[in-house]
Design a protein around this ligand. Structure first.
Ligand SMILES: Nc1nc2c(ncn2[C@@H]2O[C@H](COP(=O)(O)OP(=O)(O)O)[C@@H](O)[C@H]2O)c(=O)[nH]1
Ligand SMILES: [Mg+2]
Length: 282
């Protein structure tokens, strides 16, 4: 629906992987916007998918729910023209959360008939007493400033929780894994990217370049062949796509090495999930 795209746009850099595929987001990622005395801490979460069969999916659902408990306001993101059963379920849960809910109507750039927007807004306004409704395009960065203003006004007074010049609570290493994962999600078919996880194993500065080595973990032997691709074509594409982005992000020359390794059934094993660096809420 565009939560991670929106977060990236708001902080001005890629801190969270975004893709067409459901459950791309696996972590609670904080984005930071500091305007003078005000500091906004935006928390990206996995989407909620009640039908997920794997333990990893259940862990992600819990991460999303736990995130609501310790924030001052919630942003519910829906797609313009739509109101899915999952949106309705979330809205109902938020109604009892005692927190102001701002509704973001995303992807307005996709609406063919712009005159349909106003009646749609009227219709969804009635679903919940939203604090505010903001139509925008996270991808094009259209109308995102009013969202920041609205959220800034909802901030309780208090000291800054993070240094003023930081844009996320996540390390550069983490951001590197998100960039690689995004390439995997973009280039692989439906099944395999979900089975992968990325871990940075090497990080060395030679002066002229940053040498980064990362492992792409897969769940089954057959997935290894798919990630490597014919003649190594897939992994090469992932590597060069990721390297280009990393050089922009880190503003320097990057040498990226990728390995594909097998960790049997990690998505159904709590220990495996933890070892992949994914937080597990207790
Ligand atoms: N056309 C259009 N696509 C968008 C917009 N925002 C996000 N997307 C796309 O929607 C997909 C899901 O985005 P993502 O940020 O991963 O959604 P999340 O699962 O809610 O975090 C990606 O392919 C994005 O490029 C938007 O404003 N307009
Ligand atoms: Mg996401």
């Amino acid at each position: 629906m565009g939560k991670s795209t929106l977060l990236n746009h708001l902080v001005g850099e890629k801190i969270a992987a975004a893709s067409r595929k459901a459950q791309t987001t696996r972590h609670r990622i904080r984005g930071l916007i500091t305007h003078g005395p005000d500091q906004l801490v935006l928390v990206d979460t996995p989407g909620v998918d009640p039908s997920t069969p794997k333990l990893l999916g259940k862990v992600l659902n819990r991460t999303a729910q736990a995130a609501v408990d310790d924030v001052d306001a919630v942003v519910l993101v829906v797609e313009a023209g739509r109101w899915e059963p999952a949106d309705e379920a979330l809205a109902q849960r938020l109604e009892n959360s005692n927190r102001p809910v701002v509704l973001v109507i995303n992807k307005v750039d996709r609406l063919k008939d712009k005159s349909a927007l106003l009646p749609y807004i009227d219709q969804v306004r009635g679903r919940l007493p939203f604090h505010e409704v903001v139509p925008l395009s996270a991808l094009k960065g259209k109308n995102v400033e009013p969202l920041v203003d609205t959220l800034m006004q909802l901030l309780p007074p208090g000291p800054h929780l993070f240094p003023d010049d930081e844009i996320t609570d996540r390390s550069q290493r983490f951001r590197v894994t998100e960039v690689i994962r995004e390439q995997l999600l973009e280039r692989l078919g439906q099944e395999v990217p979900y089975a992968t996880s990325v871990e940075v194993e090497q990080w060395e500065d030679s002066g002229t370049a940053l040498h980064i080595g990362a492992v792409i973990w897969v769940e089954r032997e057959g997935q290894k062949a798919i990630v490597v691709g014919k003649g190594g074509r897939m992994i090469k594409g992932v590597g060069s796509g990721a390297r280009l982005e990393l050089e922009q992000m880190l503003e320097r020359k990057v040498m990226l090495k990728l390995w594909v390794k097998l960790r049997d059934g990690w998505q159904d094993d709590l220990d495996g999930i933890r070892r992949m660096g994914i937080d597990v809420e207790s």
